[in-house]
Ligand binder design. Structure first.
Ligand SMILES: [Zn+2]
Length: 327
């Protein structure tokens, strides 16, 4: 076979292949725009990237299960990591401790080594301890300051005391604002506690000025005892309110009612008392009379029995209620 013929054959084959390819290729009119698709990472599947289908997919049971599984996996792995880190830290701490112990042992057994290291080691150690102590102190002070600040805001709102109203109902009043409320506040000093405080420390009634001076953080004081109110006698009437707007009572606030006497009316307006006519008690209301009425339209002929006439249905006419059997 000549090379020319081979080339011909070759090109012919390429031509046929191209034609076949074009035949399989859809015509322009057959093109359709493929919808964009979205990959669900939880389910490892493709879904149409439009709102309803995404929502439908995400509402599905399978997707929810897959999401929950993923969350569990993540949580488990993070827990595992945290555990591993804690174990690692423990190991490091143990190693450091062991190394320190070994070093101490070496120092004890070898005085020369101790001489060589001691001064340096102790100085470094002391330095470090000092630094640590300072840091701790600072942190503690910060915590305490924060605590006291919080406490101050609480104390700023005054102390609530339980008391009994003249009617015998318990109420609560504020030592700072004198505000009385019926509902129990979150924190208050009950009557029993007040009695105990009075019996126990009658002599030691702290001055409000003194309680205000407790801003210096005391290292071991966890919670300051509430100030003892001088005379929380139960039978006193409700103390007057200072601020009518601030009220924690569900029954509303207290208002000071002032009785002002009206000025006398002018002389010319004074009219002599005109006696009102005496009501006539003997007079009885007129008796209602009812008349009897006979309806005659239904039964014009006395003696004839009233009956309903049956409607005549023509054989051809179709009753609306009749069953239609035509179709
Ligand atoms: Zn999914």
């Amino acid at each position: 076979m000549s090379t020319l013929r081979m080339n011909q054959k070759y090109y012919f084959r390429i031509y046929i292949q191209a034609k076949k390819k074009n035949k399989n290729k859809p015509k322009m009119s057959e093109y359709w725009k493929s919808n964009p698709r979205k990959f669900c990472d939880f389910c490892k599947c493709w879904i149409s990237d439009n709102k309803p289908s995404i929502e439908f997919h995400e509402r599905g049971k399978r997707h929810k299960e897959n999401v929950q599984n993923r969350i569990n996996e993540v949580r488990k792995s993070s827990e595992k990591k945290a555990k591993e880190k804690a174990e690692f830290d423990d190991d490091i701490a143990a190693m450091e401790k062991a190394a320190l112990a070994a070093f101490r042992k070496d120092l004890e057994s070898n005085p020369a080594l101790a001489d060589h290291y001691k001064a340096k080691a102790i100085a470094a150690k002391e330095e470090q301890e000092k630094l640590e102590a300072q840091k701790n102190k600072k942190r503690k002070n910060e915590v305490l300051e924060e605590k006291f600040e919080r406490q101050e805001t609480v104390e700023d709102s005054g102390t609530w005391y339980e008391a009994i109203s003249p009617e015998g109902y318990p109420y609560y009043w504020n030592s700072l604002t004198n505000e009385p409320v019926w509902t129990a506040p979150e924190k208050y000093i009950s009557l029993a506690e007040q009695e105990r405080l009075q019996n126990g420390e009658v002599e030691e009634e702290p001055d409000p000025e003194v309680t205000g001076a407790r801003n210096i953080p005391l290292p071991d004081e966890e919670e300051a005892p509430p100030p003892v109110e001088p005379e929380p006698t139960p039978q006193i009437p409700l103390p007057p309110r200072k601020d009518p707007k601030s009220s924690r009572s569900v029954f509303g606030g207290w208002e000071t009612v002032s009785v002002t006497e009206l000025p006398p009316p002018p002389e010319d307006l004074l009219v002599e008392d005109i006696p009102l006519p005496e009501p006539d008690r003997e007079q009885k209301p007129p008796k209602q009379k009812f008349r009897e009425k006979t309806v005659t339209s239904l039964n014009s002929n006395p003696g004839e029995v009233v009956s309903f006439k049956k409607r005549k249905v023509r054989s051809g006419a179709r009753n609306a209620r009749q069953r239609d059997t035509d179709d």
